[in-house]
Write a protein that binds this ligand. Structure first.
Ligand code: PLP
Length: 401
């Protein structure tokens, strides 16, 4: 194996200063679909905030807690294409979907359409309710042949008894990207909700929840949004949010935190705030929110459209290179059907083995669908892709140790 295999390139052409992401000069980091790297200035600012909390306690907390939520919603609204007041901050995507699903509460005789290779977050909440009510969870089954997924497969399972189509915008496994407007039309044609987990698209693909006409969309912050776990953004169509009775309630359910109501609470009743804010119910991880606001400002300054173009170019280079090396690429080829993920299987390798061998050569990926999932972001450049392909080739040919 040549020196190039163990030495990531010194000069870089990502969309941002390389000193903001030391992880991509010390390794070939292609795992934004697992955990995105936080820009160093944002991480430093959060570290300072943690220290401030440690030293000044409630004084620092009361000064910042409301502003942190507002900044994340404002920046999140640019990502989602909606008003900031139509976004709630929840602790996770699964929590947000649970809140919505328990409100919809499908009954026996009704069904929810999901995909077998999707993430548990848009599936388990419905499964849990179905265990109590006898509702049917209908699976589009593509595990044996992930490339066979099409919107028509969902349409074939959707009928008058469907109450929700619940899917990821971009699948964490194969990287398939749905046309959300078409799925919304499908769901609405039978009076169902379109519920979207955008964890693998928010931060890398421009979203426009209004034009896409989705009913519900939530995304966790720790991947393409370059933040931490413990916070997610959740949009619900305002006309629906107004009617929602939240499953989870707590000291924030009235829409005001203790910092703004020193006299305490009216514990005899709960008066919900307008709209989706009623999903925010208790003390949450404001440290994660600090990072989220900063990271979203960082991403929005660069522009999600620019990030999408950059990442799609890298994915094209990856897909073509992997095919040339004899891999079976499970991710669709057209730009509009993929985002930042390229998953590929290799003859004679399990996904786990190859991902582990890549890691030994400082190429960071994860195994998915018995292949390897590559996920470049704005901090990667074409040299990273060339290096990853070079290591794959050397491993496949047996010339790498
Ligand atoms: C599509 C998708 N949704 C959700 C999650 C996790 O989100 P949460 O734990 O916030 O529900 C992940 C990854 O962990 C994911 O890939």
């Amino acid at each position: 194996m040549t020196r190039a295999h163990s030495q990531p390139p010194a000069s870089r052409a990502g969309l941002c200063p390389s000193e903001h992401f030391p992880g991509v000069t010390s390794t070939t980091y292609l795992n934004a679909a697992g955990i995105g790297l936080t820009p160093l200035p944002v991480a430093q600012s959060t570290a300072d905030y943690v220290m401030d909390l440690a030293v000044r306690g409630t004084v620092a907390y009361f000064e910042t807690v409301e502003k942190l939520g507002e900044r994340s919603k404002l920046e999140g609204s640019k990502l989602f294409g909606c008003d900031p007041q139509n976004i709630a901050l929840t602790d996770s995507t699964a929590e947000a979907i649970c809140q919505f699903a328990w409100w919809v509460a499908p009954k026996r005789g009704q069904n929810v359409v999901v995909i077998d290779i999707d993430h548990p977050s848009p599936i388990y909440p419905w499964l849990r309710i179905a265990a109590d009510t006898g509702a049917e969870i209908r699976y589009v089954r593509v595990e044996q042949e992930p490339q066979s997924l099409t919107p028509e497969r969902l349409a074939a399972l959707t009928d008058r008894n469907t109450v929700a189509i619940s899917v990821s915008h971009v699948l964490w496994t194969s990287g398939y990207r749905f046309d959300l407007r078409a799925l919304a039309d499908l769901a609405h044609s039978v009076g169902a909700y379109l519920v979207v987990d955008a964890t693998q698209s928010a931060g890398v693909i421009p979203l426009d929840v209004v034009a896409m006409n989705v009913d519900f969309l939530a995304a966790s912050a720790f991947k393409w949004m370059l933040s931490h776990s413990g916070v997610a953004l959740c949009y619900i169509r305002p006309q629906i949010a107004e009617r929602m009775r939240p499953l989870l309630v707590g000291n924030n359910s009235t829409g005001r935190t203790l910092s703004s109501r020193p006299a305490g609470y009216d514990t005899s009743r709960i008066v919900y705030p307008d709209g989706v804010a009623r999903l925010q119910y208790a003390s949450s991880c404001h440290v994660a929110r600090h990072t989220l606001g900063g990271a979203l400002e960082y991403l929005n300054r660069i522009g999600i459209g620019n990030i999408e173009r950059h990442v799609l170019k890298l994915c094209k280079q990856l897909g073509e290179g992997l095919s040339r090396l004899g891999a079976e690429v499970l991710t669709p080829e057209p730009d509009q059907a993929r985002a930042g993920i390229v998953t590929a299987r290799f003859p004679n390798w399990t996904g786990e083995d190859l991902s582990e061998r890549l890691a030994q050569h400082q190429v960071v990926t994860l195994p998915r669908l018995n292949g390897v999932r590559f996920a470049p972001h704005l901090y990667n450049d074409s040299e990273d892709i060339a290096r990853a392909l070079e290591v794959v080739e050397a491993l496949a040919s047996g010339s790498a140790s």
